[in-house]
Structure formats: structure tokens, C-alpha cells
Design a protein around this ligand. Structure first.
Ligand code: FDA
Length: 303
């Protein structure tokens, strides 16, 4: 119920406007968002790199149906790639197709994404296409597989909450596309998605083995220690070296675990979001964990 309410709030423009201009909300957002500017995000990336943690930079911004905005988002991603190269930070980027024009047309989106991929390929930067709500799943996977034929530096994300995912995983494995495995952050109808958290977790567990055994440098993105331990156990049983996969977590969540895994010699990457459009991202994090909402409310009262 709380998850539904938070995800509903994420879609309300008036509330978003209010939150994004509110100084207390800004302060609270800083726990999960690196800042509003690329300079701030790069500084966070450098700090994490010093702790042997790599980064995926996400310039926050979601759906647009304006072609100029979508092209502007591609320009921004290109600028991030150039900055990664210039600063020598250990980072890749995460992009959202709806920010690149998927709501306008596949063609507009493909052209924008190709422009980003071309520059990223020149600089040896990997580009992860985040997975959004289920209405975009098919088009996202199709586009990534098609572009992967020209750009090996593109990969995507699969969500264990969806029934369709085992089939998508097989398709992506066959195309040798890099995958990030997540539980799924969007509220989906019961006809297409597991209704209970335990089912989503079991589905995650079932996909560990195929990804570890046959995946191209898979990324296990979760803060769930049980699943992280299962990943480590399966990798050890199958003699899969640590260098062949990575763990990913979100900025500001389970820093203790991030450091522990990095210290133990595992590859760890932290997803670092930044930008002025942080509100929908923040509400998704609230939806995952009611304690975050309490944290926000208590900060607001203190402010
Ligand atoms: P779960 O929600 O079961 O949490 C396990 C434990 O982790 C909790 O008990 C708590 O300790 C901690 N925790 C989890 N969330 C927390 C939070 N918000 N605040 C504080 N503690 C928290 N989703 C998607 O649909 N598309 C995508 O492209 C991505 N991309 C992505 C990248 C990366 C690097 C990560 C880590 C996650 C995503 N996600 C995502 C989000 C993902 O689908 C999922 O919603 C979150 O990771 C939360 O689920 P967990 O796997 O952490 O498990």
C-alpha cells in the first residue's frame, strides 16, 4: 500500500514541483543523490574510486515527449562520457530510453542513443540502459539487442519481478549482451508480475546460475545480503573468478556492505544519480523502504 502511494506521488507533477523547490527536501535528497551538477557527481565518483569502488553515473531525467529535450539529454550523456574520460574516473553511465525520446518514437530514441554509444565506444565507456516500467520492456530489449551488433559497449537490465524475464534473459544471453539483474522498482499489474516479495526473491535466485555461468560480466544489483551471499556461494562452487562479475548498489544505501565486499576483493559498482530532477528517483527509494520515509519526515520536522 505504501509502495503504491509513493509510486503514485512520484507521478504527480504539482507535488514534484513543490518538492524540487523545497530546501528541506533538497537536503534530504542528498542522502541518495550526489548533487545537482556533474561536478558534484564526479567528486562523489572520485571518493568512491579511492575506496576501490567503481561508479555508474546517472543524470536524472525521465520521460520526455519533446524531441529537443530528448536530443539535449543525449548531449548531456555525451558530455558525461567526455568528462569521465578527461578525469580518468572509473565510471560508466546509466541511461533511460524515455529520457532519450522513446515516447516520441523508436527512431528518435535510437538516433539519440547511437550518438551516445558512438562517443562512449571511442572512449571505452560502457553504457547501461536502465529498465523502466513494463510498457517499455519489449522495446528496450529489442533496441539494445539491435544496437549491440554495432556497439558492444551497450548492455541493459532485467527485473526478476516480471514473469517474462527468464525468456528475456535467454535472449540477451544468446546475443552476448551484458545484463544487470535487479528485483524491479516499478509497480506492475499482477497479470504480468509476481505479487509477493518472496516470489521476486526466488526468481532472482533462479537467475543467478545462468547469469554467472553463461553471462557476459553480469552485474548483481541488490542490497539483499541473502542474495549476495548466494551469488558468492554459486561462484565459488562453480570456480567462477571474482573478476568475471560485479555487485552493484545504490548511492547512500548499505555503504557498510559496499565497503565490505570491495575489501574482500569483489568488484563493486555504485549507481550515482545526480541532477535537478531527483524527485521521481527519491520516491522510488522511499517506496522500497518505509524507514526512509521516516528518515525524511524526521529531517523535515527538524528543518
Ligand atoms: P530489497 O528491497 O529486498 O532490500 C534488501 C535490503 O536492502 C533491505 O532490507 C534494506 O536493508 C536494503 N535496502 C533496499 N532498498 C533500500 C532503500 N531504498 N533504502 C535503504 N535500504 C534499502 N530497478 C529497475 O526497475 N530498473 C533499473 O534499471 C534498476 N537499476 C538499479 C541499479 C542498481 C545499481 C540497483 C542497486 C538497483 C536498481 N534498481 C533498478 C532497483 C531495484 O529494482 C530494487 O528496487 C532495489 O535495488 C531494492 O531492492 P533490493 O534488491 O535491494 O532488495
Amino acid at each position: 500500500m505504501l509502495k503504491e502511494s509513493m509510486l503514485f506521488l512520484a507521478r504527480q507533477d504539482a507535488i514534484r514541483e513543490l518538492a524540487q523547490t523545497n530546501p528541506i527536501a533538497h537536503r534530504v535528497a542528498r542522502r541518495f543523490v550526489a548533487g545537482e551538477t556533474l561536478d558534484e557527481a564526479i567528486a562523489v565518483a572520485q571518493t568512491l574510486n579511492r575506496q576501490h569502488i567503481s561508479v555508474s553515473l546517472d543524470h536524472l531525467g525521465e520521460n520526455t515527449s519533446d524531441a529537443r529535450e530528448a536530443s539535449g539529454a543525449a548531449d548531456d550523456y555525451v558530455a558525461i562520457v567526455e568528462r569521465i574520460q578527461r578525469e580518468g574516473v572509473e565510471a560508466n553511465i546509466s541511461v533511460k530510453l524515455t529520457a532519450l525520446g522513446l515516447d516520441i518514437s523508436d527512431q528518435v530514441c535510437r538516433e539519440n542513443l547511437s550518438r551516445v554509444l558512438r562517443r562512449a565506444q571511442e572512449y571505452g565507456v560502457f553504457v547501461r540502459v536502465d529498465m523502466e516500467a513494463s510498457e517499455y520492456t519489449q522495446r528496450t530489449i529489442d533496441m539494445v539487442i539491435a544496437l549491440h551488433e554495432s556497439f558492444e559497449n551497450v548492455g541493459t537490465v532485467v527485473q526478476t519481478s516480471l514473469y517474462r524475464t527468464p525468456e528475456d534473459v535467454e535472449r540477451l544471453l544468446a546475443a552476448r549482451v551484458r545484463m544487470r539483474l535487479v528485483k524491479g522498482a516499478y509497480l506492475e499489474p499482477p497479470a504480468i508480475a509476481h505479487a509477493h516479495k518472496t516470489e521476486v526473491d526466488s526468481a532472482y535466485l533462479r537467475l543467478l546460475r545462468p547469469l554467472l555461468e553463461r553471462g557476459v560480466y553480469p552485474a548483481f544489483a541488490t542490497h539483499d545480503e541473502r542474495l549476495i551471499n548466494a551469488t558468492i556461494r554459486i561462484a565459488q562452487e562453480r570456480d567462477i573468478p571474482r573478476a568475471r562479475f560485479e555487485f552493484q548498489m545504490l548511492y547512500g544505501i548499505r555503504r557498510d556492505l559496499q565497503t565490505r565486499l570491495a575489501t574482500a576483493g569483489y568488484n563493486v559498482r555504485v549507481y550515482v544519480p545526480y541532477g535537478s530532477q531527483w524527485y521521481p528517483y527519491l520516491t522510488r527509494r522511499m517506496a522500497e523502504r518505509p524507514a526512509n520515509l521516516i528518515f525524511v519526515l524526521s529531517n523535515s520536522l527538524r528543518g
